[in-house]
Design a protein around this ligand. Structure first.
Ligand code: CLR
Length: 423
């Protein structure tokens, strides 16, 4: 018998497999954009939007100066900024403690929304994006599988976990606010220290832009979130509170973890724009936060803390987002022609060439319409290349996008010079 614990054997094999995809990322992450300041023309959001009440964002034509140099695909990868929480979760012996960190991860996905009142580019049908982090040990892949409504299907892999799901957002402009309601479920497969694995799911809360009429637009995130461990039956209930009138009311999150027997074990609290704490509260629920903690025998533990947000990065993006649209010379030859990094309009936007970005955006979107007409003439339906819609998830029973696991295999062969992406 081997002395290596089961999970360690398995994680080593996975780590080696994933590391094959790191070819092209040898130069490390990008620290800076070419541009020092974005100089976008300042236009009033309300001036443009007031005639569009009741519409959803996909039906609006907005000047390109309302865009940021990201796309809806990039906005999904942004969720991967704090995957260290998933690595921590995977190493915990106790399932409720694992849930503390998984829930912390789910809440961390909102930190980067602050100050980002700008429209990401709409991905083209069949557009793909890959993102590897050799330093953090994961690879991520997403494909735009539907255009109307826009849907992206994603699959991320790390030695100790897989994270997958669909990003489909219903949006509506109400005048007072612009609401973004994510519909898809996110799935997390976590490999536990005993060699087993657990399935967690959650759905995203609502994002909204408020303060449009008063000329001070800000992003808020609010609503209930249920992070469920389907394997053990533990559930974390989080409540993202809508921002009130008080200046310091933004970002509040409270919640609790209840085990399969219905017993509360942890209380959770903090802010999605700052820190999340948890406190062991067996059989009861309590306030959590550094301040409420003096003299408590179960002090709150800091679960998550937002990375610093240096000012002065163009478009108000985060340092993590700066790394996304990077196209190092070594990566270019292994990317498929569908990769977002090759989109000329997004590249032009990032480099401050707004007029050129607008021209290129129109051009690539016309190409997309031509391809659709061609399919219609031939009586063909678009089929995603890397995902397939399944009617029932084996555990939760809901429809979901099944990754065919071919992308990274094909990429390896392309990198070895054995084939091209088109074959
Ligand atoms: C929320 C989390 C989801 C993915 C997602 C999709 C659409 C995003 C939304 C998130 C956050 C808010 C968002 C929205 C698209 C446009 C909107 C970025 C990331 C901004 C704030 C709207 C700006 C106003 C325009 C009219 C200029 O998993």
């Amino acid at each position: 018998a081997s002395l290596v614990p089961v999970q360690r054997q398995d994680t080593n094999v996975r780590a080696q497999e994933i590391a094959k995809s790191f070819r092209g990322y040898e130069d490390g992450i990008r620290k800076k954009l070419k541009l020092d300041a974005d100089n976008r023309p300042k236009v009033s959001l309300w001036g443009i939007l007031k005639s569009m009440i009741g519409k959803d964002m996909t039906r609006m034509t907005l000047p390109v100066s309302f865009n940021e140099p990201t796309s809806l695909l990039y906005r999904v990868v942004e969720d991967m900024e704090y995957t260290d929480l998933l690595d921590i979760a995977a190493d915990r012996q106790d399932s409720t403690e694992r849930l503390v960190y998984v829930a912390g991860f789910a809440a961390s996905e909102y930190a980067s929304t602050i100050g980002r009142v700008a429209k990401p580019f709409n991905p083209l049908l069949g557009e793909t994006y890959e993102y590897c982090r050799p330093d953090l040990g994961y690879r991520f892949f997403i494909e735009q599988v539907s255009h109307h409504p826009p849907v992206g299907a994603a699959y991320a892999e790390s030695p100790k976990w897989d994270y997958y799901g669909e990003s489909a957002v219903k949006s509506k402009f109400y005048g007072k606010s612009f609401e973004f309601n994510p519909l898809g479920t996110w799935f997390l497969n976590l490999r536990t220290p005993d060699g087993g694995s657990e399935l967690y799911t959650w759905k995203k809360v609502t994002s909204s832009v408020v303060g449009i009429i008063t000329g001070n637009p800000t992003v808020d995130n609010y609503g209930p979130m249920e992070v469920k461990n389907w394997t053990t039956g533990d559930v974390c209930y989080l409540d993202f509170k809508a921002k009130g009138w008080k200046a310091n009311s933004a970002g509040q999150v409270t919640g609790k973890i209840v085990d399969a027997a219905g017993r509360t074990c942890w209380s959770v609290g903090g802010r999605w724009n700052d820190k999340i704490y948890a406190r062991l509260t067996p059989g009861y629920e309590a306030d959590v936060g550094a301040a409420s903690d003096a003299g408590n025998k179960n002090p709150a533990i800091l679960v998550w803390e937002a990375h610093p947000r240096p000012t002065g990065i163009p478009f108000n993006i985060t340092p993590f987002v700066v790394t996304l649209n990077d196209l190092p010379d070594r990566l270019r030859p292994v990317l498929p022609p569908t990769d977002s990094r090759l989109r000329p309009d997004q590249r032009a936007m990032e480099e401050g060439e707004y007029d050129f970005a607008a021209v290129e955006k129109t051009r690539v979107e016309e190409g997309q319409r031509a391809r659709r007409r061609m399919r219609e003439e031939r009586g063909e339906e678009f089929e995603p290349r890397w995902f397939r819609k399944e009617a029932r998830h084996p555990v939760t029973g809901e429809p979901y996008w099944l990754f065919n696991h071919q992308y990274w295999k094909v990429r390896d062969e392309v990198a070895d010079g054995k084939r091209t992406w088109r074959e």
